[in-house]
Write a protein that binds this ligand. Sequence first.
Ligand SMILES: Nc1ncnc2c1ncn2[C@@H]1O[C@H](COP(=O)(O)OP(=O)(O)O)[C@@H](O)[C@H]1O
Ligand SMILES: N[C@@H](CCOP(=O)(O)O)C(=O)O
Length: 318
Amino acid sequence: MSVFTPVPEPVLADWLKGYAIGRLVELKGISAGVQNSNFFVTTTLGRYVLTLFEDMPRAELPYYLHLMAHLSRHGLPVPGPIANRDNEYLGTLQDRPAALVVRLSGGSEMQPGITHCEKVGAMLAGLHLAGQSYGRRQENPRGAGWRDATAQAVRPFLPAGEQALLDAELAFQATVDATALPAGAIHADLFRDNVLWDRDEDGTPHIGGVIDFYFAGFDALLFDVAVTVNDWCTQADGQLDPARTRALLDAYHAERPFGADEHAAWPAMLRAAALRFWLSRAADFHRPRSGEMVLVKDPDEYRDILRLRAAGVPPLPR
Ligand SMILES: Nc1ncnc2c1ncn2[C@@H]1O[C@H](COP(=O)(O)OP(=O)(O)O)[C@@H](O)[C@H]1O
Ligand SMILES: N[C@@H](CCOP(=O)(O)O)C(=O)O
């Protein structure tokens, strides 16, 4: 469920007077998503998505909204935020920080093929290249500090075998210096449900939109590639699908070639990315947010992916 805070139509109609996007025609809650309250808003001038931020510190939100504006200005299919008549992206609605962004077309593809993976690889490289000129900096909110604190919180809930896996992985990651890798603004959650697909007239899929930048931050670009590969290129048994993995990485490499330091760090980054989602899912599973119905994703999937990546991975393209 994704509407934690209801918005009555008359309240929204009044709030929209602070914008230059016409009058409210339709308001509809969105059932996907787990973090915030989201609505489709149609006005006499266009189609938008309204987000009420439920748990996120207000001071951190401008980083995400300005990043979306920056990427959109660079021609990427990222929803541009809408400024109000005070020229601000961030407002307040129902006592929550709130923002409107452009509604993009398309739907997610949960069973991607080679063409999808190629396009996602090229898109991710585009995001990273455009992000290099983004002037703001905010650390990855799910970086090393969060990882260590979450591991300590979750560890007591895990069976002995999983505790051993966690301890070994934390010890391994402590030896990895990701700060030396090429870095910049990363999406950090480019899962299949955060890309919207459209079709060309001949039926070829193309990316209509990349959404959900609310885990973005400054970190190693290769970590973002690893997060993306672990979701888009993993088979049902947890192993990487060789053809999809190659398609995604080749397409990325063609836009932003991987360096020697990235070749060396690749196995560690795939493991770090798997650990990050094992931990967040395990935390949601064992310590759910109280008073809310939230979708909890399966932590075991990423525990198994972590085990498999630690056993060996194919190299990056050269
Ligand atoms: N700009 C957008 N254009 C079209 N649909 C969107 C847009 N932003 C969000 N959505 C829809 O809303 C859903 C939830 O958004 P998401 O950002 O993933 O929520 P949450 O932050 O709560 O996880 C998405 O799955 C998508 O269907
Ligand atoms: N992609 C993450 C969950 C993040 O939720 P989102 O709906 O905000 O993308 C996972 O799969 O664990």
